[in-house]
Ligand binder design. Structure first.
Ligand code: HEM
Ligand code: HEM
Length: 186
């Protein structure tokens, strides 16, 4: 049976759609970001920056909606997991959420410092309250880059942990199944 909401055994379809959509968008975002880091200034780079800004605002909106959904709905309570796993996975999830909220906000502020505009989904321009400052822009660009590297390291750790649950300990706590399976226990 397909359950939209979560319960003690599953995150539910809505949380799963959020999880997998944001994961895919983040792979794309980090990929375009790292390419930008290694590119000389060119019309292609300007084009990629444009799409990077649009995807960044989409990721930000989705992560806020996902957090709201998580707080106002049931989800698995990790009861079967050993205490150590529980603490580490909650910490890793919290760091992921914090970074995925902070990086787009910081990226928006940085873009304004560089004198460019930011539109929600490329459609609605967000009014800037920041004076252009190219020296500060260069500093913020470094912060933007290193926070994206930290995010990539943390989600790599998260993916390795998920694979460990699935393939090494054969999902004995059901952690893989409750985020991946399409079948739900009611
Ligand atoms: C989770 C979301 C995001 C990630 C992981 C991310 C990651 C990155 C990375 C790794 C770079 C390369 C930095 C460099 O060139 O050293 C970059 C560049 C950039 N990002 Fe983001 N970014 C995100 C969201 C945003 C948002 C929301 C905006 C603004 C709306 C934004 C604006 C930019 C701009 C303008 C550049 C190019 C800067 C330049 O090369 O001059 N980013 N991003
Ligand atoms: C191939 C990539 C990925 C796999 C295989 C994967 C796997 C999983 C699994 C199995 C869970 C359930 C954990 C549990 O119930 O304790 C989970 C939860 C979670 N994952 Fe991933 N994940 C991936 C990518 C990502 C990425 C890129 C992010 C970055 C934001 C992320 C953020 C989270 C968060 C925050 C949770 C907690 C559940 C929630 O609040 O929705 N995951 N993931």
């Amino acid at each position: 049976m397909v359950r939209l909401k979560g319960n003690e055994n599953s995150w539910g379809l809505i949380a799963k759609i959020f999880h997998w959509t944001i994961a895919l968008l983040l792979f794309w975002q980090v990929g375009t970001g790292i390419s930008l880091h290694n590119m000389e200034f060119s019309p292609l780079k300007i084009g990629i920056i444009g799409s990077h800004k649009i995807f960044g605002t989409i990721i930000f909106t989705l992560i806020v909606l996902r957090l709201l959904w998580r707080f106002y709905n049931n989800h698995p309570k990790y009861e079967s997991l050993p205490q150590k796993h529980k603490i580490i996975s909650s910490l890793v999830h919290a760091i992921l959420y914090i970074l995925v909220v902070i990086i787009p906000v910081q990226g928006t502020y940085m873009t304004w410092l560089g004198g460019s505009d930011v539109s929600m989904f490329g459609l609605i321009e967000i009014p800037s309250f920041v004076e252009m400052d190219f020296i500060l822009y260069q500093k913020y660009l470094k912060i933007h880059y290193y926070s994206a590297i930290i995010l990539t390291s943390v989600f790599t750790l998260h993916i390795l942990a998920a694979l460990y649950h699935k393939f090494v300990i054969k999902d004995k706590y059901g952690v893989w199944k409750r985020m991946v399976s399409r079948q739900e226990k009611v």
